[in-house]
Design a protein around this ligand. Structure first.
Ligand code: C3G
Length: 600
């Protein structure tokens, strides 16, 4: 059980939420002297720092861009007297990768993990009717107990440097919105909904978690703001007759309004959009509302020029427009849960999401993209750090499912990306992860994870945990690229036939396949890194996908070019985008558009 409410902030007659985004104060703390020197009260000689954003790409020196260690943020907020009788919380969409939150110098929360909300109750430390100081001490070091996994090295000049075991830049900071939330002492802490379709009607099972025992009401309003259902009690079911279902590409959202009452007096109110739909794996099909859907789309990243992994509504809008234009219906939040606004907008747009925890890098390689598929085996799940890693993994799974469980767009949970899966120890580890996850989702969504090439049908000990299987495969890129693509096709077919022979009778989704492609490079005949090769590679992959009826989806790697650590395998980042980093199409975008529109 989480000891804080993860509900997204909202304002109404019982609650107020004030956005604290803007220019904050900031300081690096390479010597880790901040606490001793009392920085939690006030940062000495701070510089300015936009929130939300990653700090890295604003700077013009490597020392700042690549900074690894402790860093601090500060802001001042006036808290009105009118909030005196309320509970106050400061809520960060995330702080990467770990943080302590101080209010007027007092420690109010600590949090491990950089991609899920950090909520600090500050009621007892705030001065009402005055300006208050909020300070965050953050740290972005990587180790083998953290999600994502990595290492931290020390350079000869004493600086720390992040060594990710994963293929994205270690962007850090306060990368999502910050809210000051005032809510009643007796309040709605969480809610969940689950659906059953019954002919034209829908039964909505709901549960409202409060921290008191006053009467609770639950109401549903349609898009015309007409009330369509009402019930009392913290747990119950309502029937919506002639329900408008939430569907792929055709979203319909009801407004759920929940209230706590003391007789006629309102104590608390919380409202949220919900979408009535069912998700089910039925044999080889992924079904939404009982109808098969073929997943078309991308693995993405939160990544953009200048702001790094910082949330930005403009980038979100452009990404959805590009995804709609190309005929996509789905994306995976590779390799971490995204800002909540992504899910809210997917709810509005009728997009499907495979929601992933930051369990990436679990094969101890600073070049996992190079070592994956080569048979390298590092006994990752056989070290003394595993118990703490598992604890952090379970915490991230819980926080993700609690946060995202009511989004109609979320159709599955991905509990890992490309770990080692061939040892007994990996099987024990992931059995614990899946068991815990299955107890958490009121909608019992399918659970999965993304398997790299070493997870072959005859060797993998973890695919059995999944309700459908996600494969990351690079036949024709990392394996037999360029002129060898004919052999890549043969090798791919051999693997696919082994999966087929298992007769698993469950869906398979390709969660990664792709080629690095320079947006400016053309070559006839094609050559690796040219636009023409990306198109040929995609065509070869599609020809194979179409031969196996259990293939029920294709999420290309990646939606857009993105920043990674420097190295001989990356040219200023990963160039597997179908769009470049500023979201303009490579020629492969037109190949996908044609195919995906014709698949409808
Ligand atoms: O390299 C990439 O572009 C992407 O590859 C994925 O990892 C693989 C690398 C090599 C092989 N292989 O050789 O088969 C399989 C998988 C990662 O999930 C992703 O984060 C990364 O960006």
């Amino acid at each position: 059980m989480l000891n804080f409410s993860e509900l997204y902030p909202c304002s109404n007659q019982a609650r107020m939420a004030q956005l604290l985004d803007g220019m904050w104060k900031f300081r690096f703390d390479p010597e880790e002297k901040g606490l001793q020197e009392g920085w939690q009260h006030k940062l000495p000689d701070p510089i300015s720092m936009p929130v939300p954003a990653s700090f890295s790409d604003f700077f013009t020196t490597k020392e700042e861009r690549d900074f690894c260690g402790d860093f601090w943020y500060e802001t001042e907020v006036f808290v009105p007297r009118e909030w005196e009788k309320q509970e106050l919380e400061i809520r960060f969409g995330s702080i990467t990768h770990r943080a302590s939150v101080f209010c007027n110098g007092s420690l109010t929360a600590t949090h491990e993990g950089g991609f899920l909300p950090v909520v600090a109750r500050v009621t007892d430390h705030v001065k009402f009717g005055e300006v208050n100081t909020f300070v965050v001490k953050a740290n972005n070091e990587l180790n083998e107990e953290s999600l994502p996994c990595g290492a931290t090295m020390v350079l000869s000049d004493g600086r720390k440097l992040a060594k990710p075991y994963f293929d994205f830049f270690n962007y850090s900071g306060i990368q999502r919105s910050v809210w000051l939330v005032s809510k009643p002492g007796e309040s709605i802490e969480d809610f969940s909904v689950d659906y059953e379709l019954n002919g034209e009607d829908a039964v909505v099972h709901y549960q409202i978690m409060t921290n008191g025992d006053h009467e609770v009401s639950f109401e549903l309003f349609d898009e015309n703001k007409q009330q369509v259902a009402k019930s009392t009690g913290a747990k119950g079911s309502v029937t919506v007759s002639k329900a408008h279902l939430w569907n792929v590409g055709k979203a319909y959202l009801y407004q759920a309004v929940m209230r706590i009452w003391d007789g006629e007096t309102l104590i608390d109110e919380y409202s949220s959009k919900i979408g009535i739909r069912t998700v089910k794996i039925a044999g080889k099909e992924i079904q939404i509302n009982g109808k098969a859907v073929y997943l078309k789309g991308f693995g993405k990243h939160e990544d953009f020029e200048v702001i790094g992994r910082g949330f930005n509504w403009g980038v979100l809008k452009r990404d959805f427009e590009c995804m709609k234009w190309i005929g996509a219906n789905c994306f995976r939040t590779s390799h971490y849960p995204y800002a909540e606004e992504w899910y809210q907008f997917a709810d509005e747009e009728g997009f499907l999401i495979i929601d992933e925890v930051p369990a990436v890098g679990m094969m101890r390689s600073t070049r996992n993209f190079a070592d994956a598929g080569t048979g390298k085996f590092t006994r990752f799940f056989e070290t003394p750090t595993v118990p703490t890693l598992l604890k952090n993994h379970l915490q991230a799974v819980e926080e993700m499912i609690v946060r995202d469980k009511n989004h109609p767009s979320v159709i599955a949970w991905s509990l890992f990306n490309e770990p080692e899966t061939t040892s007994e120890e990996s099987k024990d580890y992931f059995t614990a992860v899946f068991d815990a996850a299955r107890a958490l989702d009121p909608q019992s969504r399918p659970m999965t994870g993304a398997f790299e090439k070493n997870s072959q049908p005859e060797l993998c000990k973890c695919y059995q945990l999944c309700d459908f299987i996600c494969l990351n495969r690079y036949y024709g890129w990392y394996i037999k690229g360029g002129p060898e693509i004919v052999d890549a096709r043969e090798a791919f077919l051999i693997e696919m036939n082994k999966w087929k022979d298992k007769n698993l009778n469950i869906p398979f989704v390709f969660t990664e396949f792709g080629t690095d492609t320079m947006a400016a490079e053309h070559k006839l005949p094609s050559i690796m890194w040219s636009q023409e090769y990306q198109n040929e590679y995609l065509d070869m992959n599609f020809e194979i996908f179409d031969q196996f009826e259990f293939v029920q989806g294709e999420l290309v790697w990646n939606f857009a070019d993105f920043q990674t650590t420097e190295g001989i395998m990356r040219v200023n980042g990963n160039k597997k985008g179908i769009f470049n980093r500023v979201r303009q199409p490579k020629s492969a975008a037109f190949v996908l558009k044609k195919r995906w529109e014709s698949l409808d």
